[in-house]
Design a protein around this ligand. Structure first.
Ligand code: SF4
Ligand code: SF4
Length: 435
């Protein structure tokens, strides 16, 4: 199979920001157990989990502290052993503030007894596998944090022929998925095979960008089908990945299952395998801590609920006065206002920057750069004006709900208009007004 075999199809638009992957090939280091964790009950798309613990309860690693509420929801678990010291509203990387369980460490490593090897996992039925994945609190680890059990349960009239494993990690600066593929390929493959069995998908294809050919080689050596894709942002977005690999277009407002496809991130495959083969809930994840504002950028295995300040200390501290702390990558990440904000399941990276965003917004010069780079074929220059004028009907007509919030338009805007903020706001308003 030729390298870059999917270059001919590709997706329209996209940008080529500087990669700045300075932590590339930096082995995964394990962060120390935090003295305190702040575990939000809302870390996933869907309803927040319902608290099962109260102040002064004693918990072990893996104790379920929040129960899922409904179908699109997952439980949350204690990531350290110790005592619950409170349930409070606390800074949250996505929601601003949210209900969190504070656990103070007892200094030990006491795991729930149920977290042991399940040697018979391969004999489990599809239903038992899906249930184990849900009970372990597994969500998509690429950033969207959508409950994995839901993606693995398409309705019977939507048969899935292809499972795509997403190893693109197209956000600049982030290298956690790349390093996970290099260090844990065997378990990623086992997780992917398990997903393939659940979905009864005939085809399993790994999608990896051409800046990670070493990872692609590992999977090819194992006899897997790998498509090496051009390094272009947002290659790892679901709809763009499906277009690049299968030349199928997810319909407007539709889902990958509408074109017989499911996409799962490599980290999700790994976490789901751990959940089923070792009964291990999602209590930690691999992420990248990087940027010019941190002394020793690293790929780190971190307990969920660890405050960002602990990770900054683990990475040698600040290089100078930080101007921004961003959760996620530079294209889609969210700027934070507090060092107390904790790592959650969907945190793929943390960027510490000594540079502030350029907020000098000028008037639109009708250059159409934003139109050229939009991978969804939208006209951001028109939509943002509708949003500015609170004409949400027109914004909807021009496809604001199709925006995947990739940030390409804002990145390439000549006038430095924060287009993606307008589009996000417009989407929220259209949803709010339609309720
Ligand atoms: S943020 Fe939305 S409008 Fe802007 S380029 Fe991405 S998909 Fe298009
Ligand atoms: S890129 Fe910016 S300046 Fe150019 S048309 Fe779009 S909104 Fe206007």
């Amino acid at each position: 199979m030729a390298i870059l075999d999917s270059m001919l199809k590709g997706f329209v638009g996209g940008v080529h920001p500087p990669e700045n992957k300075i932590t590339e090939h930096g082995g995964i280091e394990t962060a120390p157990i935090p003295k305190k964790v702040y575990i939000p009950f809302s870390q996933h798309t869907g309803k927040p989990a319902c608290p099962l613990v109260q102040k002064d309860d004693v918990v072990k690693i893996g104790t379920k502290i929040g129960e899922s509420e409904g179908y699109i929801s997952v439980p949350v678990h204690a990531s350290i052993s110790g005592k619950v010291t409170g349930l409070i509203s606390h800074p949250h990387p996505v929601l601003g503030c949210s209900l969190c369980c504070i656990i103070e460490s007892n200094g030990g490593e006491e795991w729930e007894q149920s977290i042991t090897e399940n040697a018979d996992y391969e004999t489990l039925s599809k239903e038992d596998l899906v249930n184990a994945i849900k009970e372990a609190g597994i969500v998509g680890l690429g950033g969207a944090a959508f409950p994995t059990h839901v993606k693995l349960s398409p309705p019977s009239d939507k048969p899935i022929d292809t499972l795509i494993v997403n190893g693109c990690e197209c956000e600049p600066m982030l290298t956690a998925d790349h390093q996970l593929m290099l260090e844990q390929a065997e378990d990623i493959i086992k997780g992917a095979r398990m997903f393939q069995k659940i979905l009864e998908a005939q085809h399993l294809i790994f999608g990896i960008e051409d800046n990670k050919k070493d990872a692609a080689k590992i999977f090819r050596r194992e006899g897997l089908e790998v498509r090496v894709l051009k390094t272009k942002y947002p290659q790892g977005a679901e709809k763009q990945l499906i277009k690049a690999i299968l030349d199928r277009e997810v319909p407007r407002g539709g889902l990958p299952m509408d074109v017989g496809c499911v996409v799962q991130n490599v980290g999700t495959c790994y976490a789901a395998f751990q959940a089923v083969a070792f009964n291990k809930p999602l209590i930690d994840r691999v992420m990248t801590v990087t940027g010019d504002g941190i002394k020793t950028p690293k790929n780190v295995l971190v307990r969920i609920g660890t405050p960002v300040i602990d990770l900054i200390q683990f990475c040698g501290g600040y290089t100078g006065k930080p101007k921004m702390i961003i959760f996620g990558g530079p294209m889609m990440g969210i700027a934070q206002y507090s060092e107390a904000v904790p790592v959650i399941k969907g945190t793929s990276g943390i960027i510490i920057s000594t540079q502030a965003w350029d907020t000098e917004e000028g008037p639109c010069v009708r250059c159409a750069h934003c139109v050229d780079v939009c991978p969804m074929g939208l006209m951001p220059c028109e939509i943002y004006k509708f949003v500015q004028n609170k004409n949400f009907d027109k914004a909807k007509e021009y496809g604001v709900l199709d925006c995947i919030e990739c940030g390409c338009c804002a990145y390439d805007c000549t006038a430095r208009i924060p287009l993606v903020h307008y589009l996000k706001y417009g989407k929220n308003e259209v949803w709010r007004l339609s309720k």
